[in-house]
Every structure is written in structure tokens, then in C-alpha cells.
Design a protein around this ligand. Structure first.
Ligand code: NI
Length: 164
């Protein structure tokens, strides 16, 4: 995948995540459907932290996973959304340091396989989409409806911002 196309897709995927998070009523910030899984707030934190951590992996071949930081409970939805935007901005800045040629380079990963930077970057987006889907499930269980829950509206959202 080309770097500019990836960056456009990264941006629109982020906007859908933000829209999804905004559907969560603030009073349900600490809600979770069963005892042993992430709260809604921890899911948002995990998505945000992972954007930055997985971008460091794709850009600097550096994968450091601080589990507590990746799943910490942020106080409120408002603070969570700020953290999500901060992590996204840091990720955009890091990808912005790469040339197109670097984005196509293959790296050795700490997990014993090789992958192109763009493949690691795509993996980051898959990860975000996976956890956003979990948030969608939480919202449905809470009886919340919204355009951001339906994939067709994701596409409409992309068209509106001119990056579909
Ligand atoms: Ni995860």
C-alpha cells in the first residue's frame, strides 16, 4: 500500500472510531458486559495506546508493550477522547517521518517474522477496527443506536470528508 493512501485511510478509520466513542453515554464509561473483560473506557484507552505503540513498531521497528498503560482506566469519556486524539496525532507525526521507499521496506519483527512497514501499519488499523467492533457490541447491549454503528454509514462518513 502507498503511504499517502494509507494515511488517508488511517484518518478516516480514526474518525469512525471517534464517532463510535462519542455514542457512549458518559455514565456508562466504566461499563462492561461481564466481569473479566475491559470496560468501555479501557477499550478506548487500548485503541489509543495501540495506535501509538503499533506505529512505533511500523516506523522504528520498536515494539514496547506496557500492558498497564495500554489498558488503564481513564477518568472520563472526555479525557479518553483527548487521549485518543493525542495518540493519533503522535502516530500521524511518526508516519510523516517516513518516505514512500521506507514505507515499503521490510523489517524483522520481535515476533520472529518479517513484514513490510505498510503491512504492520495495516495490522494497526485491523487492530483498531477489531476493538471498535467490541465497543459496537457494548453499545448494542446498552440499547444505543447510532449511525456510526452501521458499516454503510462509515462509508458515507468517509465520502463526506472526501477520502472515500
Ligand atoms: Ni488489542
Amino acid at each position: 500500500m502507498r503511504l499517502d493512501r494509507f494515511m488517508a485511510y488511517f484518518e478516516k478509520n480514526h474518525r469512525v472510531t471517534v464517532e463510535t466513542c462519542r455514542l457512549l453515554p458518559p455514565e456508562h464509561w466504566q461499563w462492561k458486559p461481564t466481569a473479566s473483560i475491559y470496560t468501555a473506557g479501557q477499550l478506548l484507552c487500548h485503541i489509543a495506546y495501540s495506535q501509538r505503540a503499533m506505529t512505533e513498531w511500523a516506523t522504528h521497528a520498536n515494539f514496547e508493550w506496557r500492558f498497564k498503560e495500554a489498558t488503564r482506566a481513564i477518568d472520563s469519556l472526555e479525557k479518553g477522547l483527548i487521549y485518543l486524539d493525542e495518540c493519533h496525532a503522535q502516530a500521524v507525526e511518526l508516519y510523516g517521518t517516513l518516505s514512500e521507499a521506507q514505507f515499503q521496506e521490510t523489517l524483522k519483527t520481535p515476533f520472529g517474522f518479517e513484514a513490510a512497514r505498510w503491512q504492520l501499519a495495516e495490522g494497526m488499523i485491523d487492530h483498531e477496527t477489531h476493538h471498535r467492533g467490541q465497543l459496537h457490541t457494548y453499545l448494542r447491549l446498552l440499547g444505543i443506536e447510532g449511525k456510526a454503528l452501521a458499516p454503510i454509514f462509515h462509508h458515507v462518513c468517509f465520502l463526506k470528508v472526501g477520502i472515500a
